[in-house]
Design a protein around this ligand. Structure first.
Ligand SMILES: [Zn+2]
Ligand SMILES: [Zn+2]
Length: 134
């Protein structure tokens, strides 16, 4: 278990977290793509040990019955997805400071069948479809 710090682009939101798992997951669902404005939401599983040390820009969107999204309302950075039933946070590696990128392995793509046809990652990943989450 290693302790890291992170922040949004403008640093109005700062946090600390523990990571023991460096497996990267990308979710291709339409909600993740729309909320990040990107080709899906890439995240590391951070468990429940995420502590916010500065919250000036923090806004939380209740995005579904089971999930909520944190973002900075000053700079727009996507901060996390939190799975409410287990209080597990999923945090993008790009906002974690001093994260050794060689430790990270892109292991999984979820909601793969929701991915639009115009992009495809070349990494050898486990692919799960929407039906795997029902
Ligand atoms: Zn910010
Ligand atoms: Zn998603």
């Amino acid at each position: 278990m290693t302790h890291y710090k992170g922040a949004c682009f403008c640093e109005s939101v700062q946090f600390e977290l523990d990571l023991e798992n460096f497996g990267l997951t990308v979710c291709h669902c339409s909600m993740c793509r729309k909320l990040t404005g990107s080709t899906g939401f890439a995240s590391l599983e951070a468990g429940g040990n995420v502590h916010f040390t500065k919250t000036d820009g923090l806004s939380i969107l209740n995005s579904s019955e089971v999930g909520e999204r944190g973002f900075c309302h000053k700079c727009g950075t996507s901060l996390f997805y939190r799975f409410k039933p287990t209080n597990e946070y999923f945090v993008p590696p790009a906002i974690i400071s001093d994260l050794p990128e060689e430790k990270i392995t892109f292991i999984e793509e979820i909601f793969y069948d929701n991915k639009p046809c115009y992009y495809e990652f070349s990494n050898d990943t486990v692919k799960k479809n929407e039906v795997d989450f029902q």
